[in-house]
Design a protein around this ligand. Structure first.
Ligand code: ZN
Length: 327
């Protein structure tokens, strides 16, 4: 079960916690230029139908849209197929951040190359919140190879993501008290849906025989998923897609596939399938047939407007794809 910490952590405290130096007070050129442009225009960049809220990854933005409803204009920065580990904010992102009153991001260094721009936004008076800020340290996984860093992929566990809903609800109420009843009702409905999703996932994933519950993916995005649903998880690349898989890693994984008689591995929408193809070929060279079990959505949702383009649809798709391929 997930416990709440008694106090919330601000963006600046999070920054200190990560032992990063605080930024100096010189704004980057792009930030400075845009602030100047706003000052000259003398008006907010977006028309004011409700206040502006920005989310980083789709999984965060989807929850914010659900909780905010019509009371805010919600904009997401990272779209389908975009890898958040490597993503650098664009000028257009900075413009959206300037227009926003409240900003939500995943945190735990998922958006590693956005940290500076988020800190600058907080320094400029925006309310900046990590949706993972209420998760207790003993809930979070800290893989050995990532000494000092937590695994950021908590949305893979619907129960944990339900706590993200609580963060969004509380921070929207803090910003817009008049919307309290709306935010509370929307959050409760969303949490109920996530509970149903979790129950469904437990049932479907338990249909796979125990010895076949091994999930081999391109990068290490499924640790929380594995813990929640009782699957052994093997990522070819590390927690971040920045780390490279070596020849020895591939050989070790080929042996695992052969020894455990695992017949399917999975590609991810945000990660190159080069390593997965190397695994399949390596196994074939040893006379063991491995197929691609399907594409999983790990660090981004599917296309906008599609079922997989929602948080619930993305998890549902993953659960169904995994159970079909392994079961
Ligand atoms: Zn990832």
């Amino acid at each position: 079960s997930i416990q709440f910490s008694s106090s919330t952590t601000s963006m600046m405290e999070t920054a200190k916690g990560l032992r990063r130096p605080l930024p100096d007070h010189h704004l980057t050129r792009v930030w400075q230029t845009l602030l100047l442009a706003v000052a000259i225009a003398g008006a907010p960049l977006a028309a004011a139908t409700g206040y502006q809220v920005v989310g980083t990854v789709g999984m965060v933005t989807d929850l914010v849209e659900r909780v905010a409803g019509d009371r805010a204009v919600v904009t997401g920065l990272l779209g389908a197929g975009v890898d958040p580990h490597l993503y650098k904010p664009t000028r257009s992102d900075v413009r959206k951040l300037i227009a926003a009153e409240v900003i939500f991001y995943n945190g735990l260094l998922l958006e590693g190359k956005m940290t500076d721009v988020l800190i600058r936004a907080a320094t400029a008076g925006k309310k900046v919140h990590a949706v993972t800020e209420l998760l207790e340290q003993d809930y979070l996984l800290q893989p050995a190879e990532f000494e000092g860093h937590y695994d950021p992929h908590v949305w893979m566990d619907p129960a944990a993501w339900s706590q993200a809903v609580a963060v969004i609800r509380d921070q929207l109420i803090a910003h817009d008290a008049a919307g309290q009843a709306t935010y509370t009702a929307h959050a409760a409905a969303t949490m109920k849906e996530l509970e149903r999703l979790d129950t469904y996932a437990v049932k479907v994933l338990a249909s796979v025989p125990k010895q076949q519950r091994v999930l081999v993916t391109a990068h290490d995005a499924f640790n929380y998923f594995g813990r929640r649903f009782g699957y052994e998880v093997v990522g070819i690349q590390g927690l971040s897609t920045e780390s490279e898989a070596g020849v020895q890693d591939i050989e070790r994984l080929v042996d695992l596939l052969v020894d455990r008689n695992i017949g399917a591995v999975f590609v991810e929408s945000t990660v190159s399938d080069r390593n997965i193809q190397a695994l399949i070929q390596g196994a074939a060279a040893k006379g063991h047939r491995v197929t691609i079990g399907g594409e999983l959505f790990s660090d981004a949702m599917g296309a906008p407007g599609s079922y997989e383009g929602t948080y619930i649809g993305m998890i549902d798709h993953n659960v169904t794809t995994i159970a079909r391929a392994l079961g």
